[in-house]
Design a protein around this ligand. Structure first.
Ligand code: GLN
Length: 484
């Protein structure tokens, strides 16, 4: 199956003219047609344009970038010129929003000749851990279709794991790339904050949002990162830091590298399968010559609470722009401007978005600002300091991605706090702005993938990838294929 190729493998075959771009694109389209009726990962299909682009690439016959002619899917929050983009929310689907411009990331991929097949499912405006809050319905986990894919980039992870495309783009504010990659058995990188541009990607919490790739291998992540990283004049939070040739750094040795295992990431109630898989991963690193030691990140226990104050505050501000005047959902015969706003936003937003707007508005209001928002900002600094201190003792930190493998669809229905607790191991890194990779490190007894998280200091995305690559070379977890 051509759509199961990695980017590296497909590039070789394209370059040697063993396959054509059109064949590769059509293989992905056929795969989507075959399995997506069950999985529900793809929410907008851009197939005609993709085939046209493939023909154009074949006509030139040049594969100068490893991404030339490579088909991919994009989370439905990235603007692509002329392609409907809804953030999987009724507020943008009612009168479908069609962006007149490209996000910096999709533009950079276009410049390399990569081919966008369309949009994939996400929790509404990326708020969630299960892709259950999407207006397009839930995305199913290809390893067990009664279970969630994770979220919010559930569509991206499923599309990659089930070979509907060669790679996908996601966003990670508090785990949305790492957790679905872990639940679905693929690899995803949350880059250093400011490494990739947020321009043209719908915001959730701007001081935490990052965009990154989900792929079949770490080497493929390195390829996509080389193409999409770097300073962008259109996003002032991107750093003016040179982009390394990530692929070259993959091969350096692991010997002597110090890896920390934080004791706060092994908690009561976590699954035995997850704990065993991550401890075995630590042994793999030791056998490769790394020095593994236990460390402490004492502020971890405040991660979820701090994150779930800061995020709703930023959400309440970012969601204010969806007023139904300039684009998106509209209502008929309003009695007044206020009535119009109220009805558009009441109809358009789902319950999780409304909950966060209300919590954020409350926490930012006079009298509560100091008690909640300012306090949370202070704790955020302490969490960042935890990592700074740890990285003086170790070069990287490993942990589980989630305390359990993928949960059943509907398991947390009506219990938002239980859902928020799913993020327990993924909230601290965004507050410190550090890179974190998720990759497969085992399977549960019932056959569900388990994710390993590898964290590094700010701007050391290359180090994180190198460690992930070494693990991948020493194990076979990433080679297991879904049965669907
Ligand atoms: N699950 C987290 C949340 O609901 C993370 C979401 C994300 O990273 N976009 O906020």
């Amino acid at each position: 199956m051509l759509s199961a190729l990695t980017i590296t493998e497909a590039h070789e075959k394209l370059r040697k003219k063993e396959i054509s771009t059109e064949e590769l694109v059509r293989a992905c389209i056929d795969r989507i047609e075959a399995v997506d009726g069950i999985l529900n990962a793809v929410v907008h299909r851009n197939f005609e344009r993709a085939v046209e682009e493939a023909k154009m690439v074949d006509a030139t016959g040049e594969f100068s970038s490893p991404l030339t002619g490579i088909p991919y899917l994009t989370k439905d929050v990235f603007c692509e010129e002329g392609v409907p983009t809804t953030a999987c929310s009724n507020i943008l689907r009612g009168k479908t929003y069609i962006p007149p411009f490209d996000s910096t990331t999709t533009k950079r991929l276009k410049t390399c000749g990569a081919i966008s097949l369309g949009k994939v499912n996400t929790d509404e405006f990326t708020m969630g851990c299960s892709t259950e809050t999407s207006c397009h319905g839930v995305t199913r986990n290809p390893w067990d279709t009664t279970r969630v894919a994770g979220g919010s980039s559930g569509g991206s992870a499923v599309a990659v794991s089930s070979n509907e495309c060669l790679f996908a783009l996601g966003t990670d504010t508090g785990g949305s790339i790492r957790q679905p990659a872990g639940f679905c058995g693929c690899t995803g990188l949350r880059p250093t904050y400011g490494r990739t541009s947020r321009y043209g990607v719908m915001s959730m919490a701007s001081s935490l949002d990052t965009i990154g790739p989900l792929c079949k291998t770490v080497e493929d992540i390195a390829i996509v990162m080389e193409a999409i990283s770097g300073k962008d004049p259109l996003d002032a939070t991107t750093g003016n830091v040179p982009v390394p040739m990530y692929r070259q750094t993959l091969k350096s040795a692991m010997k002597g590298l110090r890896i920390g295992l934080p004791k706060e990431y092994f908690i009561d109630g976590m699954s035995d399968d997850v704990e065993r898989a991550v401890r075995e991963a630590a042994n793999v690193f030791a056998s490769l010559g790394a020095i593994v030691s236990e460390i402490s990140l004492p502020m971890t226990k405040y991660g979820v609470a701090t994150y779930y104050v800061l995020v709703p505050c930023e959400v309440s501000s970012n969601m204010a722009r969806y007023d139904g005047i300039r684009y998106g959902h509209t209502v008929e015969n309003p009695e007044s401007l206020l009535d119009y706003y109220e009805r558009v936003r009441s109809d358009g937003f789902g319950p999780e978005v409304k909950r966060r707007i209300m919590i954020g508005t409350f926490a930012l209001s006079a009298g509560y600002y100091d008690a909640y928002y300012r306090q949370a900002q202070k704790v955020r600094i302490l969490i960042a300091r935890d990592f700074e201190e740890a990285f003086q003792k170790v070069d990287a930190i490993i942990s589980p991605v989630s305390p359990t493998p993928a949960f059943t669809i509907g398991a947390h229905e009506g219990d938002p706090v239980a859902m928020y607790l799913e993020d327990i191991f993924m909230c601290p890194q965004p507050m410190a702005g550090i890179p974190a990779l998720s990759l497969p490190c085992g399977f549960s007894k019932s056959g569900l993938p388990i994710g390993l998280q590898i964290m590094g200091p700010q701007w050391e995305d290359g180090r994180v990838l190198k460690i992930g690559h070494a693990f991948e070379q020493a194990t076979e977890w990433h080679e297991r294929k879904v049965a669907i």
